[in-house]
Design a protein around this ligand. Structure first.
Ligand code: NAD
Length: 439
C-alpha cells in the first residue's frame, strides 16, 4: 500500500463520524446536545452464548445488535455473520441505516447486528442453532414494531426464516411475520426483494444522469460501465444496466476480474459464474486484478463488493466519470476529497443502494396488512422512491454549491454524500423535536 494509506484511518466508526461531521458543519442552529444524540447509538446489545457443535464440542459465540436511532420508527437493518465483525463496524453500519431510511422517507430508524463466526466453516445445523440462540438472546430487543432485522453478508432467506420461526415460538399468538424482512416468498417475503438493491441502483443512476451533470451522458445508452463484485447486488445491477443499453466492459468477483471492451454478455457471464464459481476465465475476455479493474477508463464505476475499496492510495488513479456506490462504504473520506478535487461525482451508498431497504419496507407493510403485492406494483413504487430521493439530493446539492461559492469562494464545498447526509440528519432532527424531548 502506498504511503497515503498510513495516514488514513479505516476504522468504520471513524469514517462514519467523519461523514457525519462534514454534514453537520453545514447545518447551522442545531443544538450541541441534539447533535450528540444523533451521533450516538441509542442502544447496544452485546451477547455471548454457547453452541453445541456437530462434533459434540462446545463453542462460544459473540453477537451484537445496535439500534442507532428510532425517532422515525422501528430500527431496521441487517444481521451479518462474519469472522471479522466488530462492534464498531456494526455501530457504523447502524448509523448508515438511520440516514438511509430517513433519506428515502421510509418510516424506520437505523439498526444493524451480527454474530462473529465463519459461516463458510459451519454446517447448516450449526448455523441454525447459532441463529435461533442469537435471536433468543436478543429476545424483545427485536420485534415487528421495535427493531426489524434483514439479511446481510453471509445471511440469507433461510436465516430470516429461522429468525421468524424463533421469534414466533417465543411470542406466539400474533402476526409476527413483520419481525424480519428478506424472508422466503412463501413465508411472507416480497416479490422483487432479491433484485431490489441492484434495481434501485439502476433507477438512481438513470435519474442522476437525466439531470445532465455528466457531459454527454444523459442516460445509460452506450455508457461504458465497470462493476466490482458480481454478487447479489452487483450481478443484478450489471444485468439491469445492460438491459438499459449500457455496455458492461469489466466485472469482477473475489478471485479477480475480466475485461472486454466490446461489452460482456451478462446472461452468459452470470451463467459461467454459476457453473465455475468465478467469473474469471469467461471465454473472449482478458483477466485482470481487482486493483486494475478499479482503475479502468470508463463512464461509470460501480463498487459492489466491500468497504474501503476506493481509498487514499488509489483514488487519484480512478478513471471513471461517475462512481455509483452499490456496496456500503466503498469510498473513504480521503478518497472522497481526491475524487471531488478531480471533478468525479460519487452517488453515495445511502442513496444508490437504498433499494433493498425500500422493498424491505414494502415487505413489512404487506406482512402487517396480510397482503401480497404484484411485482410491477413493487417495481413502480421502488422507482418512484428512488427518483424522488435523487431529485431531492441533486436540487439541494446545486443550492449548496451556489451558497458555498458565494460565501467563501471554492474552499467550503459540498459533495453528494455530504448533501445526502445533511437531508437525512435534518429530517431525523426535525422529527425528534416534533415528537418533543421527553419528558
Ligand atoms: P454478495 O456476497 O452476494 O456479493 C459480494 C460479491 O463481491 C461476491 O461476488 C464476491 O465474490 C465479491 N467480492 C468479495 N471480495 C471482493 C474483492 N476483494 N474484490 C472484488 N469482489 C469481491 O453480497 P451482496 O449482497 O451483493 O452485497 C455487496 C455489497 O452491497 C456489500 O457491501 C453489502 O453491504 C452491500 N449492500 C447489499 C444490499 C443487499 O440488499 N444485498 C443492500 C445494501 C448494500
Amino acid at each position: 500500500m502506498a504511503e497515503n494509506n498510513k495516514q488514513e484511518n479505516l476504522d468504520p466508526r471513524v469514517i462514519s463520524q467523519q461523514q457525519f461531521q462534514r454534514a453537520i458543519s453545514h447545518l447551522k442552529n442545531m443544538k450541541a446536545g441534539l447533535i450528540d444524540f444523533l451521533n450516538s447509538p441509542k442502544r447496544t446489545v452485546s451477547v455471548c452464548f454457547p453452541i453445541e457443535m456437530s462434533d459434540g464440542s462446545v463453542s462460544s459465540f459473540h453477537g451484537y445488535r445496535v439500534l442507532h436511532n428510532s425517532a422515525m420508527g422501528p430500527g431496521k437493518g441487517g444481521i451479518r455473520f462474519h469472522p471479522e465483525l466488530t462492534q464498531q463496524e456494526v455501530t457504523a453500519l447502524a448509523s448508515l441505516m438511520t440516514w438511509k431510511c430517513a433519506l428515502l422517507n421510509v418510516p424506520f430508524g437505523g439498526a444493524k447486528g451480527g454474530v462473529i463466526c465463519d459461516s463458510k466453516a459451519l454446517s447448516e445445523n450449526e448455523l441454525r442453532r447459532i441463529t435461533r440462540r442469537f435471536i433468543t438472546e436478543l429476545s424483545q430487543n427485536i420485534g415487528p414494531h421495535t427493531d426489524i432485522p434483514a439479511p446481510d453478508m453471509y445471511t440469507n432467506e433461510q436465516t430470516m426464516a429461522w429468525i421468524y420461526d424463533t421469534y414466533d415460538v417465543l411470542y406466539p399468538g400474533h402476526n409476527n411475520r413483520s419481525v424480519v424482512t428478506g424472508k422466503p416468498i412463501d413465508l411472507g417475503g416480497s416479490l422483487g426483494r432479491r433484485e431490489a438493491t441492484g434495481r434501485g441502483c439502476m433507477n438512481a443512476t438513470e435519474q442522476f444522469l437525466s439531470h445532465g451533470l455528466i457531459d454527454g451522458l444523459k442516460n445509460l445508452k452506450g455508457a461504458r460501465v465497470v462493476v466490482q463484485g458480481l454478487g447479489n447486488v452487483g450481478g443484478v445491477a450489471a444485468r439491469l444496466f445492460a438491459k438499459q443499453g449500457a455496455r458492461i466492459i469489466a466485472v469482477s468477483d473475489s478471485q479477480g476480474g475480466i475485461h472486454h471492451e466490446e461489452g460482456i454478455d451478462m446472461d452468459a457471464a452470470l451463467a459461467f459464474k454459476k457453473q465455475h464459481g468465478t467469473i474469471v476465465g469467461l471465454p473472449e475476455t482478458l483477466t485482470l486484478t481487482n486493483e486494475d479493474l478499479l482503475q479502468l477508463d470508463c463512464d461509470i464505476l460501480i463498487p459492489a463488493a466491500m468497504s474501503n475499496q476506493i481509498c487514499a492510495h488509489n483514488a487519484h488513479k480512478i478513471n471513471a466519470r461517475l462512481v455509483v456506490e452499490a456496496a456500503n462504504a466503498p469510498t473513504t473520506p480521503m478518497a472522497d476529497d481526491i475524487l471531488y478535487a478531480r471533478g468525479i461525482p460519487v452517488l453515495p451508498d445511502i442513496l444508490s443502494n437504498a433499494g433493498g431497504v425500500v422493498v424491505s419496507y414494502f415487505e413489512w407493510v404487506q406482512n402487517n396488512q396480510n397482503e401480497s403485492w404484484e411485482l410491477d406494483i413493487i417495481e413502480h413504487k421502488l422507482k418512484r422512491k428512488m427518483v424522488y430521493a435523487v431529485d431531492t439530493v441533486v436540487k439541494r446539492w446545486k443550492q449548496l454549491e451556489q451558497e458555498c461559492q458565494q460565501a467563501c469562494g471554492k474552499e467550503l464545498r459540498s459533495d453528494l454524500r455530504t448533501t445526502a447526509h445533511m437531508i437525512a440528519i435534518e429530517r431525523v432532527a426535525r422529527v425528534t423535536l416534533e415528537r418533543g424531548i421527553w419528558p
